[in-house]
Design a protein around this ligand. Structure first.
Ligand SMILES: *[C@@H]1O[C@H](CO)[C@@H](O)[C@H](O)[C@H]1NC(C)=O
Ligand SMILES: *[C@@H]1O[C@H](CO)[C@@H](O)[C@H](O)[C@H]1NC(C)=O
Length: 375
């Protein structure tokens, strides 16, 4: 269904912000790519200027950016991927990630990332996975000077001869460099968490959860070699999965995220939890599983506009009629304010006929649809 643009002015703004940041990043990347041919000083200067212009970076992140502007440019592609996936995964939620696009292309600049909501934990995990994902791929694609294909042959742990295969196969393709991606994601994102408090520890835990979920979805891809496709020899490599798969798994973890006990505010968050998986008895403290998301505070209802928590409110949102208490239902999405029906017309090809040979004629029909919009 095509979404209705209610606030076109604002949308245009977003796109402009977006375009300018992307321009900056492209610029940054071009500079970075030319690093091997002895950079003149003024170019080094302008790349550090670019690092200063990207919104919401901490001092420590800026210094990583100055050190490795090319990798940071790729990291930002990963953050964009995360924002896009967030919008997909939360398209029927009251809070739908749209606020992340407003300020800059850096989701960490948005105020929801300074809070300890369940949504914040999702975003931390998704961003950390996104950065690792993009960097791992970029290494293998030869887009970075500092890394290449994953040099590990994986022979030791995955020896195919153990499984008596008819055809030989070898780990000789170019594997996506997950280790490098994860290391850079740590270096660039965990470095934000300088304060030694519970919130920072939880953020790092959630970053790790995202990266760990990414690792657990790595795929093996193979290609056949041999006369006329006989597949006498296969070469295989490890590849990062489609990011949608990673995001969907993190979304499942979001649903069963664990709340960190308030009475444990001064203790190690990964060892003491109040929240417990459904069905378990309360009480026993145990270490948080490494793929679990942790959060600190209950989420607000996100019904009304409140910039302090990045809430755009739900007024004007398209909702789904006739599915009570399901995600995106008008009941839930409109917060009890009710909805209005609006007619949307479009012209579509219809009654098409095929004429031998080879022409298709169509009539143009008006297609009227009723769309429900939250009041
Ligand atoms: C997300 O919510 C905002 C604000 O309510 C709205 O403008 C936007 O269209 C929504 N996005 C999607 C994909 O529904
Ligand atoms: C085209 O389709 C409409 C309804 O779908 C129908 O009423 C009409 O008779 C069709 N016209 C032709 C030429 O088939």
């Amino acid at each position: 269904m095509k979404k209705l643009r209610v606030d076109t002015g604002n949308n245009r703004m977003n796109r402009r912000f977006h375009a300018s940041t992307l321009f900056l990043l492209t610029f940054l990347f071009n500079i970075a790519s030319s690093r091997d041919n002895m950079l003149p000083n003024h170019i080094k200067l302008s790349s550090s200027l670019t690092c200063r212009l990207v919104g919401g970076l901490t001092r420590e992140q800026r210094s990583v950016c100055n050190e490795a502007p090319d990798t940071v440019a790729i990291a930002f592609e990963g953050l964009q991927l995360a924002v896009k996936e967030c919008q997909h995964q939360f398209r029927w939620h009251r809070w739908n990630c749209s606020s992340l696009l407003v300020k800059s292309s850096n989701p960490h600049a948005s105020s929801i990332m300074k809070r300890g909501f369940r949504e914040s934990s999702f975003l931390y995990a998704l961003s950390a996975a996104g950065v690792a994902h993009s960097v791992a791929r970029a290494c293998a694609q030869g887009r970075l000077l500092s890394c290449g294909c994953d040099p590990l042959g994986y022979r030791a742990s995955h020896d195919p001869r153990g499984r008596a295969r008819a055809n030989k196969w070898e780990w000789s393709g170019c594997s996506h460099n997950l280790a490098y991606g994860i290391e850079f994601s740590k270096k660039f994102l965990d470095v934000r968490e300088q304060v030694d408090d519970l919130q920072s520890k939880i953020n790092v835990h959630n970053n790790n959860a995202g990266r760990s979920i990414l690792s657990s979805h790595m795929e093996v891809r193979c290609k056949c070699h041999g006369l006329s496709g006989s597949c006498q020899l296969r070469t295989c490599w490890r590849a990062t999965p489609d990011f949608r798969v990673v995001a969907s798994t993190i979304k499942r973890q979001y649903r069963k995220a664990l709340m960190v006990a308030q009475e444990q505010l001064n203790n190690n968050p990964s060892s003491v939890l109040r929240g417990r998986p459904r069905g378990r008895r309360r009480g026993k403290a145990k270490p948080a599983p490494k793929n679990s998301l942790l959060f600190l505070e209950r989420s607000p209802n996100f019904c009304d506009v409140d910039p302090r928590i990045d809430s755009a409110g739900t007024s004007g949102r398209v909702c789904r009629i006739g599915r009570t208490s399901r995600s995106g239902s008008c009941d839930l999405l409109c917060c009890g304010r009710g909805h209005a029906l609006i007619r949307k017309s479009s012209i579509k090809p219809c009654n098409c006929t095929f004429h031998w040979c080879c022409r298709v004629d169509c009539e143009r029909c008006r297609d009227d649809k009723w769309v429900a919009i939250c009041k």
